[in-house]
Design a protein around this ligand. Structure first.
Ligand SMILES: Cc1ncc(COP(=O)(O)O)c(C=O)c1O
Length: 403
């Protein structure tokens, strides 16, 4: 099955440093199936027009396609299409939500996040906390970087936060968080709950109605889609109640020099010409995800992850960080005191693409007393052969570093 699916991803059949590529950086961005590339090309070659304007055929067809993807995504997430806002990505979505919710905050309020958050789910809250006087507090985690769920629930009960914003899965370590349990704990306090789904959309295919969150953010490029596009889900009453973020054309109902009125959500959060080709490409990505056997792929990914994990753990001096029981297929490791950048650079000469550094999670690295890690992040299109290639390359790298 996987050999067949791998054929859909042209980049997997290219080379780095004259070696067949072994792409282990899907947490940074996933590779794109040919159908996504074709959909974007077809749009520009045959269908290009602006949306929501003009009576002509091309514009009407582009608008229909564009809005159909909103519905497709809403179905994928089990919510309604008027609760989906298109943005530039997860970062943009989190900034929009933080700005929109700032009006609800005062100096008595608590914003609660986890220590595993990406900077995109830290810095916007820090800024809003500074502006409103609200306190930014952090959930507890152990020395491995694993959230302590019971202590986290206790802290929610103690702090009764106004806002709880946590990642569904960590980009740095791959840990999966029981966000539904955290949300249930926070519900009695009318906490507004936000889930950063940048890493979970592809691997966990969340059902947002079951999860019960108020907001969920994602980036299309981490789920087989194009870059420059993302979005958010917002529970309609909350979403519609939020003030506008950026302003301009399209998001208005009426403009005059005496004042402006705005459209209802989601339109009021989508000013200007949107990323039309991105949305259409993402539609093709969703079609691709809907066409494969999700359960079989998840089982395959987990098998590959544990194969990689045991091969790595068998190497003397390797330390793997994070929660290896509940994990989307990310292995973050260090080797003795060797610098992560040196390891990643050597691996590149073998055609192995991994990420090294702090992974935009500097507070987490500080918590782990690390400057960074080497991160291998898997997707269903990786093969067992990729893992073998990587392990051989890593052993050679270690030999070189030990010389
Ligand atoms: C968990 C998480 N949140 C947010 C982001 C930000 O996504 P983007 O850079 O696409 O806006 C990332 C990107 O790595 C991420 O992994």
């Amino acid at each position: 099955m996987i050999e067949q699916l791998r054929k859909d991803f042209p980049l997997l059949h290219t080379h780095i440093e004259e070696q067949p590529i072994c792409y282990f950086d899907s947490a940074a961005t996933t590779q794109k199936p040919q159908s996504v590339i074709d959909a974007v090309n077809k749009f520009y070659q045959q269908e290009n027009a602006n949306v929501h304007r003009g009576a002509h055929t091309l514009s009407a067809a582009a608008t229909t396609q564009y809005e159909a993807v909103r519905t497709k995504l809403a179905d994928f997430l089990n919510v309604t299409s008027k609760e989906i806002v298109w943005t530039k990505g997860a970062t943009d979505s989190l900034n929009l939500i933080a700005a929109g919710l700032s009006e609800k905050l005062s100096h008595d309020d608590v914003i609660l996040i986890s220590p595993l958050e990406h900077h995109a789910n830290i810095v916007p809250w820090q800024q809003i906390a500074q502006k409103t006087g609200a306190k930014l507090e952090v959930l507890p985690a152990d020395q491995q970087g694993v959230l302590d769920l019971e202590a986290a629930k206790q802290l929610i009960n103690t702090l009764k936060p106004k806002i709880l914003s946590v990642c569904h899965a960590s980009n740095a370590l791959g840990n999966i968080h029981d966000v539904a349990a955290l949300i249930t704990t926070a519900k009695p306090y009318n906490t507004i709950t936000i889930v950063d789904g940048a890493q979970s959309l592809l691997h966990l295919r969340p059902d947002l109605s079951a999860m019960g969150c108020d907001f969920f953010v994602f980036s299309a490029h981490k789920a087989l889609g194009p870059t420059g596009l993302g979005g958010l889900f917002g529970r309609y009453e909350l979403l519609n109640d939020m003030p506008v973020y950026q302003t301009g054309g399209e998001m208005i109902e009426r403009v005059s020099f005496s004042g402006t009125t705005f459209r209802d959500a989601p339109g009021k959060f989508e000013p200007g010409t949107p990323n039309i080709s991105g949305v259409i490409g993402f539609g093709a990505a969703l079609d691709y995800l809907n066409s494969v056997d999700a359960a079989a792929l998840s089982k395959y990914e987990q098998g590959l992850y544990h194969y990689l994990l045991s091969a790595l753990k068998a190497i003397d001096g390797i330390k793997v960080w994070g929660d290896t029981e509940h994990n989307i297929g990310v292995v973050s490791f260090t080797y003795k005191d060797e610098h992560h950048f040196d390891i990643a650079t050597f691996l590149n000469t073998y055609g192995v693409a991994v990420r090294s550094g702090h992974h935009c999670t500097q507070p987490l690295m500080e918590h782990l007393s690390l400057s960074g890690t080497v991160r291998v992040s898997l997707a269903f299109y990786n093969s067992y052969n990729d893992v073998d290639t990587f392990i051989d390359a890593l052993k050679d790298t270690i030999d070189m570093l030990e010389e």
